[in-house]
Design a protein around this ligand. Structure first.
Ligand SMILES: Nc1ncnc2c1ncn2[C@@H]1O[C@H](COP(=O)(O)OP(=O)(O)OP(=O)(O)O)[C@@H](O)[C@H]1O
Ligand SMILES: [Mg+2]
Length: 261
């Protein structure tokens, strides 16, 4: 199983939109996908058409020792959802040491779900829930919307990721992409140039353009592949999935070379 968290402490940059549509893109390619909603706002459920959010979910796995399979619901072919659950906000208020940040990791170790991809949607914060994601997953995907405040936020986030690595057994693969991108806006291009300059190996070629259809499909409880399969947005999410799969293969090859050396 390969696991990925969509993170950015900035709100509204497209984390949830990415988790849903990337998750469905991978499922449509034949991978077994489990989406995990680690945001107490619980937005993944309505985005997938569950307008009455399930009362239990990953909160039970983190706080009561249940397995992710036990709290997962089937939503589409090959696409399961672990909803947030009503108690998820309590995790941020837990007292204690580092173990509070290893609850998701512990849940995965208790029973590794029978899936190919675990995709975690994170809240717009830098709290304990995000820390749980960072200690549990193989890879982080950071959507950046095009403005200069995002750049300062990104630099801070990358420093945080560096610190988290000290607590992990393996390095955390990091990838950044431009979300809500408007090609004709000069600022969008300037932001992408700056990111390329500072994080040349982490910036993906794929971008997700600003498109009203992405907001509409979320409101309709459908993914872009169901709502407008022939849209540019659907093609962009398919390309994002493709690029991530390709980079994963390269990364494994590099790892094997390191292991042999
Ligand atoms: N590329 C896009 N084009 C147009 N609208 C978008 C795009 N991406 C996201 N949106 C819309 O912007 C709003 C915020 O997006 P989303 O919920 O995915 O962001 P988020 O980073 O998960 O937010 P939060 O930090 O609150 O969890 C939603 O209404 C969503 O439909
Ligand atoms: Mg969100």
């Amino acid at each position: 199983m390969y696991s990925l968290a969509v993170i950015n402490q900035k709100g509204g940059v497209g984390k949830t939109t990415t988790a849903v549509n990337l998750g469905h893109a991978l499922a449509l390619r034949g991978y077994r996908v489990m989406l995990v909603d680690l945001d107490p706002q619980g937005h993944l459920s309505p985005c997938l058409g569950l307008f009455r959010a399930p009362a239990s979910g990953v909160d039970r796995a983190l706080l009561h020792g249940e397995t992710l399979e036990e709290v997962a619901v089937a939503t589409r072919e090959l696409l399961q959802l672990v909803p947030a659950g009503k108690g998820l906000g309590e995790v941020e208020r837990l007292q204690g040491g580092i173990e509070r940040a290893r609850l998701l990791q512990a849940a995965l170790q208790r029973a590794c779900p029978d899936v190919d991809y675990l995709v975690v949607d994170c809240p717009p914060s830098a709290g304990l829930l995000v820390m749980n994601a960072l200690l549990a997953v193989d890879r982080v995907l950071v959507p950046v919307a095009g403005d200069f405040l995002s750049l300062t936020g990104l630099a801070r986030l990358m420093r945080t990721l560096g610190k988290v690595e000290a607590l992990r057994a393996r390095p955390l693969q990091r990838e950044i992409f431009l979300s809500r991108y408007v090609a004709r806006r000069r600022l969008s291009r300037e932001v992408s140039d700056k990111i390329r300059q500072h994080f040349p190996n982490q910036l993906l070629q794929s971008v997700i353009s600003e498109a009203a259809v992405l907001a509409e499909c979320a409101g309709a409880g459908r993914t872009i592949f169901e709502y407008r399969a022939r849209s540019r947005s659907a093609a962009e999410f398919a390309a994002l999935a493709e690029e991530l799969l390709e980079r994963e293969v390269n990364c494994h090859e590099q790892q094997e070379t390191l292991d042999v050396a």
